[in-house]
Design a protein around this ligand. Structure first.
Ligand code: PMP
Length: 301
């Protein structure tokens, strides 16, 4: 991770080291924040943000789901995003939007704490590498929609991901896949999962406990372009063992193949994964005219 010069915080760019919060911040105690992870890619026309409108729309939805009032409009958030990327002079980077309950009155009641919004950027390589992910089925179950809003990208529920990730890494794996309370596959700790079986792309349905991933949606649309049928259906743990290919996708991870699940080797990357990864690379880097509307150019600062 390479630090940037500025972070946007509540309306202004502040030097990276001065973007601080109080230790009695509500979100620090109770997990009351929503966030986004978005990427800027290099394109022939300069840096561009991939699916910025969709990420901002999900931020707004996440905030509504946890009852957090956002003090900025989407137009203001878009402007803040582009201003921050430009001020930091990135050719490519990761963007972290965060809206958190700040420091007000102590106690669980959140309404007396103001919402603080920040936009930070840094340069970050693909988070799970590119050489294949060794996956472990977690002993932790995925957050359940009857307990927390699983479709909200809210910080509190991420403790579930942190526990699973740490468990997998301590056991010598790269990443964990979580089953939901009903025993079906949901997703990984920071990425959605697809199984390839008999030329079809399978991923868990809404309600399985996974985030509605923007990369997941992108790959389903690219699969349609490539004539690969994509289906949302419940997947059992053994569907992972019987898969022809498994791939993970997310803004941080990009598109990466799974090389083994619970010690069962898959090798890879398989042909469908390779075609999707190439298509994703082309669309994010502005080499696919059909989906150019997904790219928002970063103005020169
Ligand atoms: N699931 C989880 C738990 C995640 O943290 C992420 C990363 N945001 C994803 C899936 C992938 O979502 P997206 O493609 O929108 O980045």
């Amino acid at each position: 991770m390479r630090e940037a010069t500025y972070i946007w915080m509540d309306g202004e760019l502040v030097p990276w080291g001065e973007a601080r919060v109080h230790v009695l911040t509500h979100a620090l105690h109770y997990g009351t924040a929503v966030f986004e992870g978005t990427r800027v890619f290099t394109t022939p026309d300069g840096p561009a943000v991939f699916r910025l409108e969709d990420h901002l729309a999900r931020l707004v939805r996440s905030a509504r789901m946890i009852g957090l009032a956002l003090p900025y409009s989407v137009d203001e958030l878009r402007a803040a995003t582009l201003e921050t990327v430009a001020a930091n002079g990135h050719a490519a980077c990761y963007i972290r939007h965060l809206a958190h309950r700040g420091h007000g009155e102590m106690g669980i009641a959140a309404r007396r704490c103001p919402t603080v919004v920040s936009v930070a950027t840094w340069e970050w390589p693909p988070l799970l590498g590119t050489s294949g992910v060794r996956l472990m089925t977690s002993s932790w179950r995925r957050n359940d929609h009857r307990v927390v809003p699983v479709a909200a990208k809210a910080t509190g529920p991420y403790l579930n991901s942190v526990l699973a990730k740490d468990e997998a890494m301590a056991a010598g794996y790269d990443e964990a896949v979580l089953l939901n309370a009903a025993g079906y596959v949901s997703e990984c700790t920071g990425a959605n999962l697809f199984v390839v079986r008999d030329g079809r792309l399978l991923t868990p349905p809404p309600g399985a406990g996974a985030l509605d991933g923007i990369t997941q949606d992108t790959l389903e649309r690219l699969a349609a372009d490539l004539g690969v049928p994509a289906v949302r259906q419940d997947l059992m743990r053994t569907d992972l063992y019987a898969a022809d290919e498994i791939l993970l996708c997310g803004t941080g991870a990009g598109v990466v193949h799974v090389s083994a699940v619970d010690g069962r080797e898959l090798g890879g990357p398989g042909p469908v994964t390779e075609r999707l990864a190439d298509a994703y690379d082309a669309v994010t880097h502005g080499r696919d005219d059909r989906h150019r509307h997904w790219l928002t150019p970063v103005p020169a600062s």
